[in-house]
Design a binder for this molecule. Structure first.
Ligand SMILES: Cc1cc2nc3c(=O)[nH]c(=O)nc-3n(C[C@H](O)[C@H](O)[C@H](O)COP(=O)(O)OP(=O)(O)OC[C@H]3O[C@@H](n4cnc5c(N)ncnc54)[C@H](O)[C@@H]3O)c2cc1C
Length: 404
């Protein structure tokens, strides 16, 4: 697209957003008001419903997906403009969903035409909520060690086994799963990728509590679950390729995940000024904290610039494939450094996430976020494993890479 055409597009998008995004949906998102879609979806308000429906009808829940599958068919430049204009107005993301972030992009590559038509539109329209069934008690980083078995029974598979750490599977309608369809060496060669309706007989879940006190994930059990053959994505025993494609998208999502979470009531610097105070020359009163915050902000800028570099290289068709590998590790570790700085600034007030006599609600939320964000460097592949991948693929060193 020419610069002129992009400029016209920007004006149209800004105008559309201004007309369709209610003022209440331009406020920072709070966790309870995120819209995850699904058969049991609820909208926290009429405005939230209107905003979601406007985006859904325009294809803006999945802006870069083809129009035929419910997206808006935007190219990379247009999508970036949409994101910029939404950020400028403070528009909330219309939909949160593992189907959008992970399954959809993998289906676009590996799904059959029937699967794309059945599932992609339902994701964009927020009708079906998906969970991810990869990890098992003995298969996390070493994902290919998975044991959940899918037996070929003619027109269907019979699935038996268990998946663990399945985020919100108890609220999901469907789950995408890696299953073992044959014993093979290497282990990756006997894995298939299946789509399973959570309403199928024999599927059950049991919640697991996180350190933050929330129960974000559960263990999911499959007991003689019949899964129609048409729910196999890609070829039998070749699910590892689908799994890896999906993991690429999961890493991308995880790198940016902190940005999708509820924002603290105050930005880091503002909070530090408020909590620690300023000296006579107007600088943060605690020099050590000041220095740590400056380092953090410089690194944050460097990471953002690296993201921009990746985007520009992609646009020019000159992507250095090593760079995106770094983003999950950098993005998630950076989020945790920020949490530590918030806690350092809060001092004694930051000692409790549930005691009202110690801290206000806003502060307790920040402490809870600190606890929750511990999971960012585990979910989607641990930092240690990411470093192995970087060592091997970006630096050409030998490593014990797994979950890739
Ligand atoms: C909040 C959260 C949500 C999640 N949601 C989902 C979900 O929806 N679906 C799903 O399938 N899974 C989910 N997971 C699971 C996640 O993918 C796994 O926890 C992760 O892959 C690590 O596996 P594990 O927990 O079995 O740890 P392990 O693999 O047992 O690792 C334990 C420790 O050993 C280290 N380690 C392991 N292998 C190596 C190696 N080769 N080199 C160096 N160090 C190594 C790890 O870094 C880690 O510190 C979620 C996890 C979290 C925390």
């Amino acid at each position: 697209m020419t610069e002129d055409a992009l400029s016209v597009f920007r004006t149209e998008v800004a105008d559309w957003l201004d007309r369709h995004c209610p003022a209440s949906q331009r406020q920072p998102i709070v966790r309870e008001e995120q819209i995850w879609g699904g058969r049991r979806r609820v909208f926290p308000s009429d405005d939230a419903r209107k905003w979601f429906e406007a985006c859904r009808d325009k294809g803006y829940t999945a802006p870069d997906w083809p129009v035929a599958y419910g997206g808006a068919g935007l190219d990379a430049e247009q999508e970036k403009i949409l994101k910029q204009e939404m950020a400028r107005l403070g528009c909330r993301p219309p939909l949160y969903c593992q189907g959008l972030w992970m399954l959809g992009p993998a289906l676009l590559v590996y799904g059959s035409e029937d699967q794309k038509r059945e599932h992609l539109g339902a994701i964009c329209r927020g009708e079906i909520r998906w969970a991810q069934g990869y990890s098992e008690p003995s298969a996390g980083s070493d994902l290919a060690n998975l044991k959940t078995k899918a037996e070929d029974c003619g027109d269907h598979f019979l699935v038996n086994g268990t998946k663990i750490w399945t985020t919100k599977a108890d609220e999901a309608d469907w789950i995408f799963c890696l299953v073992r369809t044959r014993d093979a060496a290497p282990k990756q060669a006997g894995i298939s990728f299946l789509l399973i309706d959570m309403a199928s007989e024999g599927v059950s879940t049991s919640p697991i509590e996180l350190i933050s006190g929330d129960s974000e994930f559960c263990q999911t059990f499959f007991d003689n679950v019949r899964v129609p053959k048409r729910n196999l994505v890609g070829a039998i025993n070749e699910g590892w390729a689908v799994a890896k494609e999906l993991l690429n998208h999961e890493r991308k999502m995880m790198a940016a995940f902190e940005g999708m979470l509820e924002k603290p009531a105050m930005a880091l610097l503002e909070l530090a000024h408020y909590a620690v105070g300023v000296s006579e020359d107007g600088r943060l009163a605690d020099p050590e904290l000041r220095s740590d915050i400056v380092s953090h902000l410089m690194r944050e800028t460097a990471i953002a610039q690296m993201g921009e570099r990746i985007y520009r290289q992609g646009k020019a068709g000159q992507m250095d494939a090593r760079l995106p590998l770094l983003m999950k590790y950098l993005g998630t570790s950076q989020a945790q450094v920020k949490d530590e700085l918030i806690l350092a600034a809060l001092g004694g007030e930051g000692l409790s996430m549930d005691d009202e006599s110690v801290a206000s609600e806003g502060v307790r939320k920040m402490v809870k976020q600190w606890a929750f964000n511990k999971s960012l460097t585990i979910a989607g592949g641990t930092s240690e494993v990411q470093l192995n991948i970087i060592a091997k693929r970006a630096l050409g060193m030998a490593s014990g890479e797994r979950r890739s």
